[in-house]
Design a protein around this ligand. Sequence first.
Ligand SMILES: Cc1ncc(COP(=O)(O)O)c(C=O)c1O
Length: 485
Amino acid sequence: MTSPASPDPFEPDAADVRALGHAATEWIARHFAELRDLPVIPDTTPAAVFARFAQPLPEEPAPWPALLERFEREVAPASFHLPSPRYFGLMNPAPLPIAVFAEALAAALNQNVGAWHHSPAATAIERTVIRWLCDLAGLPAGAFGSLTPGGSLANTTGLKIALAAKLPRTIREGVWGLERRPVLYASAEAHFSIPKSAGILGLGSAAGVRTVPVDASSRLDVAALRRMVATDRAAGLDPFCVVGIAGVTSNGVIDPLDAIADAARDLALWFHVDAAYAAGGLMSDALRPRFRGIERADSITMDPHKWWHMPYPCGAILTRDGEAGRRAFAADAVYIPATDDAVEFRDHGLAGSRPFSALKLWMAMQLVGRRAYGRHAELQVELTERFARELTKDGDWEVVTPIDTAIAAVRYRGRSADAKSRGGSQLDSLQDRIVSRVLARRRWWISPTTTVGTRAIRVMVISYLTRWEHLQELIGELREAAATL
Ligand SMILES: Cc1ncc(COP(=O)(O)O)c(C=O)c1O
């Protein structure tokens, strides 16, 4: 980076700000250009990185060029390059450059989108973006919601709204006064934020969540759900909500949302869909039928910082009844001026002060457009299907669960003679050893998982830079690892 003189931090003139911005922009542009070649995993350890950044509280100012230089010299090289095309990881995307710069613009305006008064345009833009997400899901005109710092907090927000809607007494009195214990239902494949949210809501992360079995495809068993709710009601529990998943974390599978919606209707349960990852697939005309039933949800979690390629944070909670969020969260704030006909986003969720996260999504959705976003999602699903076909064609690898989105859960089963001589637990540990060997090379990132009771290897196409050649390279590495171990 070039090193212009450091401005007074509290009194920068326009030339100082411009120089700072140019230097940062220069680095960002170079970083995007180099991403394809960078190793995914940095060569560091917790001890090394903690030691490098341990430093006393700064008493005196440092020139900002030195800070940017240190960022380039020490921070970036010790960073995990999840936007890499060889990151086949969790649901962390490569951010779109437009969204990276939108974050800087939003920070410059520093709107507080908790209060309309402090964010007129930002509130209007968040309202529009929420409308777009509701339209994608097929929710009715009265639906509404808010952006959240991610899918976990969207789930917490959604489940709080569900509890408040089904048991309004809990809004003021909590769960103390209830005669029957409220419980929610989710499959064994649900994301950890579901039990965590139940814990935060006072239901208990274990006692508050009833685990519904899944079928061999990892989809929630709706008949079992119906039986469990009947038995639990007879036993004195108070079932109030069922969670369907669109894009299981371990394998990307989509639950039978329409059948869950039927059950929720028959059993008078709130229907929450955790579509944190897969909701991006709703932008594709070809993929949308896989989500049939999502339009019947009472609440939906979406995470634009997954398939929309937003930098963190950008999650969303949507509710069919657009007032449900306000009923759960509205609180008195005598010090904030009231404005008729405004939307006060702090009343729709957990946060008071809220960032202008909508700007990046608003800009990106206009820049890319729904169709191109949709085609991109299709392309990633096709790459994943092709990866699975190619890896399994010799019979020594298998696909553990169906490929509904851009995640493949695969397993090495060994050559037939081999497979017979190895026990199941030996094969399980082999999956972990294959992953460890691939990670040790630092060039790719994949992860182990357990789904439908089977130890597997999870490979996800999430970076928009990933091409077939990157997956071919991974297949070679997986085969070599399996042959060597
Ligand atoms: C199904 C599902 N729900 C929720 C989340 C949580 O999202 P976040 O990491 O944004 O909190 C994830 C994250 O991977 C997920 O896979």
